[in-house]
Design a protein around this ligand. Structure first.
Ligand code: NAD
Length: 299
């Protein structure tokens, strides 16, 4: 039978991901700073322990799914962190979206303890996490990829090797920068068209058969009423939070600064998503930029 797999961070994404691991027959040992988060998987038979060190004491394969860089640093290198108790030869996979330089630091710290760290951030939201259809972008030692893929393929439809540690994060950050730019562009375009007298559903249909088509226009349209089953149809609840998008755009800016790369639209997107956070949009889906822009218009 399969040996226990550790899972740390049972939030919006981690919870359904851990469930899919269990469905594939892996016994799970888990922890979260917020004990309520562990309830569902505990009822499904997962073992819950007090902290990451205890997870590392029992399991030699661990997945972490945490909000941002400081949480990852704490969970790996903190006083009750994984590296306090990690077994030699353990495989540590971080699926959080964080700064690639932090992934490199964690890999170096893990190596000192004889363990292997890989970054494996995901694309696809809570829906893809629930249906096991995530895309994983994996960075690390290529000889460890097969072992990582065995676990990640229980939770995802695509598991892509990107290169050395940190390159998974690089791919994820680039994708989300383009996603933000595309969502803002779609939102301001739809708003202009509507103000010019076009019916929103018709405008979306025309864009989607023309060269302006993109994921934000054809599968996640930000205008309420254009599509069903997306956050714009549900008062921008659920989905991918504006605050998380602002975080990812900040990560893109940091990497652009350190590599002296010009990303003018990425910078502007970062500012727009930060402004939204300050104006009460932090926990709404990131497609609410459409509503935010409309508030700027004279009525
Ligand atoms: P979340 O805030 O819902 O969940 C994070 C969990 O980590 C929470 O349960 C929290 O209590 C726990 N946690 C925080 N610090 C901890 C610590 N020190 N020890 C143990 N547990 C701790 O976030 P989420 O939506 O699940 O996202 C997780 C990551 O995945 C983020 O980096 C996010 O950017 C990325 N992501 C999210 C989505 C999405 O649609 N939500 C999509 C792709 C990627």
């Amino acid at each position: 039978s399969k040996t226990q797999v550790g899972f740390i961070g049972l939030g919006n994404m981690g919870n359904p991901m851990a469930k899919n691991l269990m469905k594939s027959g892996y016994p799970v040992i888990a922890t979260d700073v917020f004990p309520e988060s562990c309830k569902e998987i505990q009822e499904l038979g997962a073992q819950i322990v007090d902290n990451p060190a205890e997870v590392a004491d029992k399991a030699d394969r661990i997945i972490t799914m945490l909000p941002s860089s400081p949480n990852v640093i704490d969970v790996y290198t903190g006083p009750n962190g994984i590296l306090k108790k990690v077994k030699k030869g353990s495989l540590l996979i971080d699926s959080s979206t964080i700064d690639p330089s932090v992934s490199k630091d964690m890999a170096a710290a893990a190596e000192k303890m004889g363990a292997v760290f890989m970054d494996a951030p995901v694309s696809g939201g809570v829906g893809a996490a629930s249906s096991g259809k995530l895309t994983f972008m994996v960075g690390g030692a290529e000889e460890e990829f097969t072992a990582a893929k065995e676990l990640l393929s229980c939770m995802g439809a695509n598991v892509v090797f990107c290169g050395q540690v940190g390159t998974g994060q690089a791919a994820k950050i680039c994708n989300n920068m383009l996603l933000a730019i595309g969502m803002i562009g779609t939102s301001e375009t739809m708003n202009l068209g509507i103000r010019l007298g076009l019916e929103p559903q018709l405008l979306a249909k025309i864009l989607n058969m023309s060269s302006g088509r993109c994921w934000s226009s054809d599968t996640y349209n930000p205008v309420p009423g254009v599509m069903e089953g997306v956050p714009s149809g549900n008062n921008y609840q659920g989905g991918f939070g504006t605050q998380l998008m602002a975080k990812d755009l900040g990560l893109a800016q940091n990497t652009a600064t350190s590599t002296r790369t010009s990303v003018p639209l990425g910078s502007l997107a970062h500012q727009i998503y930060r402004m939204m956070c300050a104006r009460g949009y932090a926990s709404k889906d990131f497609s609410s930029v459409f509503q935010f822009l409309r508030e700027e218009d004279p009525q």
